[in-house]
Write a protein that binds this ligand. Structure first.
Ligand code: SF4
Length: 157
């Protein structure tokens, strides 16, 4: 049972971020929510929101910044959330939603292609960690400045 104050806060946030209709089943507003964990891929994480729509759980990731098109790393992050929800709720996740600061909304199908890319990326990351051949794979200053690892990263721009 959530309080009236929290309900109003959720309503405002839904409006601000252009979150589609559907019951929010999880959010990180009242207290930090526990991240999900995947035993299969040994990754952890939590989307900004999860809505329940037609009996499906849909992860939503809100990204600050205005982008002409969806970014690959955002899509893969969302794919990770789709997988985390599938594994933890034991229920098929058909798609996830990316929401950008300009309120544009992108429905990203969790289809075989993106599942394969997600799995390949995890394998590549594991391989890189094992062999110690870590490098920066972009020249995007904005990306580094907004990265949560910025203060720890030896490769930042
Ligand atoms: S700070 Fe490091 S981890 Fe973050 S985007 Fe830049 S290079 Fe990548």
């Amino acid at each position: 049972m959530i309080s009236k104050i929290l309900q109003n806060r959720i309503k405002k946030l839904k409006k601000k971020h252009n979150i589609p209709a559907g019951q929010i089943t999880y959010q990180d507003l009242s207290k930090p929510a526990k991240p999900f964990f995947s035993k299969r891929y040994r990754v952890t994480g939590k989307p900004d929101y999860i809505i329940k729509n037609n009996n499906y759980f849909i992860p939503i990731e809100v990204k600050t910044g205005i982008y002409k098109e969806t970014k690959k790393n955002h899509i893969l992050q969302l794919a990770a959330y789709c997988h985390l929800l599938e594994e933890n709720f034991q229920r098929f996740v058909p798609y996830g939603l990316l929401v950008y600061s300009d309120k544009s909304k992108h429905k990203i199908p969790f289809d075989p292609k993106i599942r394969f890319e997600f799995e390949s990326t995890i394998k590549d990351m594991r391989n890189t960690m094992r062999t110690g051949t870590i490098t920066r794979n972009h020249n995007d200053l904005f990306k580094c400045r907004n990265c949560s690892m910025y203060q720890y990263c030896d490769f930042k721009l």
